[in-house]
Design a protein around this ligand. Structure first.
Ligand SMILES: C[S@@+](CC[C@H](N)C(=O)[O-])C[C@H]1O[C@@H](n2cnc3c(N)ncnc32)[C@H](O)[C@@H]1O
Length: 1013
């Protein structure tokens, strides 16, 4: 940190200046970096606080937005963008530093990539093969193939990161795309910030010297830009703060932050981001002390009870349970499990052994099972929704539904015969349909208990183990009611709902504590009691993390998620549901997640920060910028699934959580997409607009779905008194989303400002020409910047999705400047119920923008005239063919363009629809059925040409084909040159050599056609 820097700023000098994000935004690079951050999984800064919270926004995206809102544009857009990229560490120097920090290039690789006359100033060589080198390396220069020379090289010891940087810069310059350079480095937030940004501050200060800026860190930069724009350090508000990534990143940059959420779990996580990860070092040390104290006290108690150790002093790591049910055919009790494999590394399985006398099965635990036994154990007693087992060579099968006694009444109501558990219960009664059975224990050997590598083994429970189990049950039976009264264990009923129905319906569990076994209840109540004494809010987050790793909804993954790994426990919210299990694994208290986990990231923050638990419409604090990611449509059911935690935490929250409403407030949560949603959202955004200065800005992020989303959301913001200022598209798809069926996601960043006071009435017909003009102006200015940047750096800034998104924004900017369109005011427009299929004025304007944009986005190699004469599907195919020549393979690009070009079913012209491997069908891949008049492409001229190219490929005479075309197309002579243009394009762009040849042959034949031919 630098001492406070002197500046000569004029407060409010930028009061009315636009923000840089209204002009430029490195959307492509942000997309790439955002995806990298998400792929870091547990390595993400805020994940340690609780991986149960899904959908945190990438911090790098938030950083780009905050900076883009604060930085002002100058009259040199290219230089502005360059500064923006430096501040994001997206520039070549930043990338080189990020690569050095990751030690990304091996000396051998550097040797092959760069020219260097004095390599031995940097590296030391060891001769590996004398036969090749002759032993003398002194005269060798880079580039050099060390393998071929029979040597190996390493950095000399005295070489510093700054020395390495000299060579890294050169080596990185040999990589061409941004992805190639950035993909090998660390993420910017992982690099030591003073070093990463050392060269940036002088350049930033020079660029903004006219404003008197003089910053040497982000907090200084933010503060000074805030003074210039708002007269003080800028404040950022987020009233839907969720996991807290927006306020956290805004605070890290140096803004004061105000965060709120309706849900107390969200507020707790946001608080944790700002006050645990963001804690000052002394405060962290204090948290650590408390955590150590609790862990020690709990361990002593559990040890004294003697419930987790065996006679040899081994300690349990996990307890494996299964359900058991009586077979209606044989009367046997059958243990239920989808698989009996326990560990794939040590070949551990459970084996059922019939006990004829008692009509039940003993369960043996076998370690070192043969491959055949492993395969047999894969097949459990629950398959395809039925209980299946074999006895004396006969297989019995009973649907689980039948076991439960599922029924449907005449009135359509459904139910089952599972007994509903009562509030004071914690295990099944002996006559319940589903019984619970402990069948294996994973032990840690006494000798390795405190070793870094523990030795573990699985064993069936002994009589002594079952006695210990009984002891735990007795303790719980004696204490449960008291624990519930004291708020140490939940007494809250599970309220039915989309996700919460499942435990009630499939197990008869009616209260949240029914999701926990007696051992959990004892362990967690003990922890909660000690936490309660110490009143440290951080222990609350720690308890929530433990809860996510306990409960009967966690299981043992026999291969630890990867072949060859030790078995690993899953967590409750590995997905966003409350799915019950037939077999579950329960951590011993000793094996509860380490309490220091929540301290594993550390980013001390120094700006002001407040967290409140309240609805977005109840905001009381002011903010200069609001950045929000509101709930929308089918997103996560936070309000329901977080009740799992609220049930445990609500009774004794320490300050400052004690001021919050510990209830998920389901009724108030904004959800769905219907009328309630629109009312809730308008109220929220109106409240925010009222708590923002006239020159404030809002950024709303939402998932890009269809234009219906646009219409609704734009209507909402418009009615809230906001005007669209810009929009950017961030691709957030990742390959892991493939699992969800190739679902492609992108995020729209919509920038909004307060609409000028007063009423303005517009008329749609008069608006349309202005919209066209504004869209064209916007796109043309961006294309101009693209050309300049491409000429200087080899890569353009914006791709077509950016241009298109900016086109929409330009159109909406025109529209949302008005308060009335025709006779209707915007509030009644936004709140009015929608008729199915209704096309609103927003839809029309967006469509107009899409058309204007698509008419401007002429692919290289076609004339604007030809482009104007093509149909939607033709434009789509040719445009994407062009894009594929640059290596683009992202499905969301195809989706976006299909929408823009009004293509009805683009899937029909796609050869591959995997999110990151998308491509068009090749000419040779179309079947004749896909090219009939009944298909979109078949009915087009391009479709006709594809048939012709296929025929040429099969040696049909060109003249025959020309005759066919002439016979089939009434306007053949008029469109002949258009066909020639398309063929020339295919000849240049098609990835198939045969198609290119055929296009050339047919194109020249058509071009040289004389009358009478
Ligand atoms: C999409 S999430 C926000 C995620 C957050 N940006 C992050 O990075 O983790 C939406 C949030 O809105 C909250 N919410 C729903 N209805 C609300 C309301 N009426 N007022 C305030 N917050 C609400 C939910 O609890 C949820 O945390």
């Amino acid at each position: 940190m630098h001492a406070k820097t002197k500046t000569t700023l004029t407060p409010l000098a930028l009061r009315d200046a636009p923000a840089l994000i209204e002009m430029v935004f490195p959307a492509q690079k942000v997309s790439f970096e955002a995806q990298r951050e998400r792929k870091a999984g547990a390595g993400q800064t805020l994940t340690a606080l609780g991986s149960y919270w899904k959908g945190r926004k990438p911090l790098i995206l938030v950083r780009a937005i905050v900076l883009g809102c604060l930085l002002p544009p100058t009259d040199d857009a290219e230089a502005d963008l360059a500064i923006f990229e430096k501040l994001m560490a997206f520039d070549d120097e930043g990338l080189a530093r990020r690569a050095v920090a990751a030690n990304a290039l091996s000396p051998a690789e550097i040797a092959t990539r760069i020219d260097l006359d004095n390599p031995w100033d940097y590296f030391k060589a060891t001769v590996r093969r004398l036969d090749v080198t002759g032993g003398d390396i002194r005269w060798m220069r880079f580039p050099l193939d060390v393998d071929a020379e029979g040597i190996s090289i390493r950095w000399q010891r005295h070489i510093t990161d700054d020395d390495k940087l000299v060579l890294y810069r050169q080596a990185l310059a040999t990589r061409h795309s941004y992805e190639d350079k950035a993909g090998i480095g660390k993420r910017p937030e992982e690099v030591e910030q003073d070093w990463l940004y050392a060269p940036v501050w002088p350049e930033v200060n020079r660029h903004y010297a006219h404003l008197g800026l003089n910053a040497h860190s982000f907090p200084e930069l933010a503060e000074q830009l805030g003074i210039l724009r708002y007269g003080h350090r800028p404040s950022v508000g987020d009233t839907f703060s969720g996991g807290g990534s927006i306020p956290f990143e805004a605070a890290r940059i140096g803004c004061d932050v105000y965060a709120s959420d309706l849900n107390p779990i969200a507020c707790m996580l946001t608080w944790g981001a700002l006050n645990i990860i963001g804690a000052a070092p002394e405060r962290r040390a204090a948290i650590e002390d408390v955590q150590r104290e609790v862990a020690k006290a709990v361990d002593e108690e559990i040890t004294a009870l003697g419930i987790e150790h065996d006679e040899q002093g081994n300690r349990a790591k996990a307890y494996l349970y299964c359900l058991e049910a009586r077979c209606p055919e044989t009367g046997w009790m059958v243990p239920l499990a989808p698989s009996w494999v326990i560990s794939k590394t040590s070949n551990v399985i459970a084996r059922l052994k019939p006990d004829l006398e008692n009509k039940r099965f003993d369960i043996e635990i076998v370690t070192g099972a043969s491959d055949a036994e492993m395969r047999a154990a894969e097949e459990g007693t629950v398959r395809e929704g039925s209980m299946i087992y074999t006895l004396d060579g006969k297989t019995y099968r009973t649907p689980i539904k039948t076991l439960r006694g599922d029924y449907r009444n005449a009135d359509g109501a459904t139910g089952n015969r599972l007994r509903r558990w009562e509030k004071d219960e914690f295990k099944p009664r002996s006559d319940d349909i589903f019984q619970e059975r402990l069948y294996a224990i994973q032990w840690i050997t006494q000798a390795t208990l405190n070793a870094s590598r523990q030795e573990t083994y699985f064993a069936a429970p002994t009589d002594a183990d079952l006695k210990r189990e009984q002891r735990v049950e007795e303790i719980v039976a004696e204490n449960l009611t008291r624990w519930q009264e004291e708020g140490l264990v939940p007494d809250m009923a599970i309220e039915p709902g989309d996700k919460t129905d499942e435990p009630i319906r499939t197990r008869g569990w009616t209260h949240w504590h029914h999701l926990f076994s007696p051992r959990h209840l004892l362990g967690l109540a003990t922890i909660a009691r000690h936490n309660g004494k110490l009143k440290e809010p951080a222990t609350f987050l720690d308890l929530a993390n433990k809860l996510d790793n306990c409960s009967k909804l966690t299981r043992l993954d026999p291969s630890g998620g990867n072949i060859g790994r030790e078995p690993k426990m899953t967590n409750v919210f590995s997905n966003q549901a409350l799915n019950t299990l037939f077999t579950w694994a329960q951590r011993s208290v000793w094996n509860f997640p380490d309490s220091t986990k929540i301290l594993s990231s550390h980013v001390p923050l120094s700006s002001g920060r407040a967290v409140e638990c309240r609805g977005a419409n109840e905001i009381i604090d002011e903010a200069d910028l609001f950045i929000t990611d509101p709930p929308y449509a089918d997103a996560v059911n936070y309000h329901e699934i977080t009740e799992f935690f609220i049930a445990w935490l609500r009774r004794n929250p320490p300050a400052p959580f004690d001021n919050w409403v510990w209830d998920s407030r389901r009724a108030l949560a904004i959800k769905g997409s219907g009328e309630d949603f629109r009312h809730g959202m308008v109220a929220a955004y109106k409240a925010m607009a009222e708590h923002m200065p006239d020159n404030g800005m809002q950024c709303v992020m939402f998932t890009h779905q269809d234009t219906g989303v646009w219409s609704d959301l734009v209507g909402i913001f418009w009615a809230a008194g906001l005007q669209v200022a810009a929009a950017w598209y961030i691709a957030t798809e990742t390959t892991s989303e493939l699992k969800k069926g190739g679902y492609v996601q992108g995020t729209v960043i919509l920038m909004l400002k307060k609409r000028a006071a007063g009423e303005r009435t517009g008329f749609k017909q008069r608006l349309l020409p202005t919209v066209r003009q504004e869209v064209a102006r916007q796109i043309e200015s961006m294309m101009h910047l693209n050309d300049t940047v491409k000429a200087h750096h080899g890569e353009p800034v914006f791709n077509d999705s950016d241009l298109q998104m900016a086109g929409y924004a330009a159109a909406l900017k025109v529209l949302t400047a008005y308060t009335h369109i025709g006779g209707e005011d915007v509030t009644s427009f936004a709140l009015r119920p929608r008729a199915p299929g209704e096309v609103t004025v927003v839809d029309e304007i967006v469509q107009q923008a899409a058309e204007t944009a698509s008419s401007l986005l002429v692919p290289e190699g076609l004339t604007a005239d030809t482009w104007a004469r093509l149909t939607g599907i033709e434009r789509f195919v040719l445009r994407m063919m062009d894009m594929e020549t640059t290596g683009a393979q992202k499905l969301d690009n195809y989706q976006n363009f299909a929408k823009a070009f009004h293509v009805e079913d683009y899937a029909r012209v796609m050869g591959d629809m995997r999110p990151n491997h998308a491509r068009l069908k090749r000419v040779s891949e179309y079947t004749s059925r896909q090219l009939t008049d009944a298909t979109e492409i078949g009915a087009s001229r391009l479709g006709r040409l594809i048939i012709a190219l296929q025929q040429l490929g099969k040696d049909t005479e060109p003249q025959v084909i020309v005759d066919q075309l002439r016979a089939e197309m009434a306007d053949f002579l008029e469109v002949r040159l258009l066909l020639v243009d398309m063929l020339t394009f295919i000849e240049r762009k098609s990835p198939e050599p045969e198609a290119r040849n055929a296009a050339e042959v047919l194109g020249s034949r058509l071009k040289n056609l004389r009358f009478g031919d």
